[in-house]
Design a protein around this ligand. Structure first.
Ligand SMILES: [Zn+2]
Length: 140
């Protein structure tokens, strides 16, 4: 149910439609941050599940209960949870200190879409050896 997308040592692949859907979701949540779960298999992200969060313009937090409910549905669809994407309405796509304290799944991918620039920027990170490391990805 919980994937390990970095295990294969290959760039993660994300479907363009996932990024487009999240871009729309992030815009509709302005001025607050928004988030979504990324699902698929192995290192391929094929689907996106917007998730309701408690958010401000510079933070978001996931409800553990809601997360469990969504993970249950992902499991029923025989997919893996591969990562989380969230938006930065006015800041660049760099993890904040709130991102660091709020992220508890270092085996998964952590994506930030920044609406601060036009077009929006997307960056991928992994929490490893006590710091955020930027990773390459391919949009398909
Ligand atoms: Zn953030």
């Amino acid at each position: 149910m919980i994937g390990s997308p970095f295990q294969s040592d290959q760039p993660l692949i994300i479907e363009r439609s996932c990024l487009m859907r999240f871009h729309d979701h992030a815009k509709s949540a302005l001025p607050h941050e928004a988030a979504a779960l990324l699902t698929g298999y192995d290192h391929h992200i094929t689907d996106l599940v917007p998730i309701e969060v408690m958010a401000t313009p510079e933070t978001f937090s996931l409800s553990p209960q809601l997360l469990l409910q969504e993970l249950h549905k992902i499991c029923e669809r025989k997919q893996e949870w591969i990562g989380l994407i969230h938006s930065h309405p006015t800041m660049p796509p760099i993890p904040s200190s709130a991102d660091t304290t709020g992220w508890h799944y270092p085996m998964l991918s952590y994506w930030i879409l920044s609406l601060a620039a036009e077009p929006a920027e997307v960056a991928l990170y992994r929490w490893i050896e006590n710091s955020w490391r930027n990773y390459p990805y391919e949009v398909k």
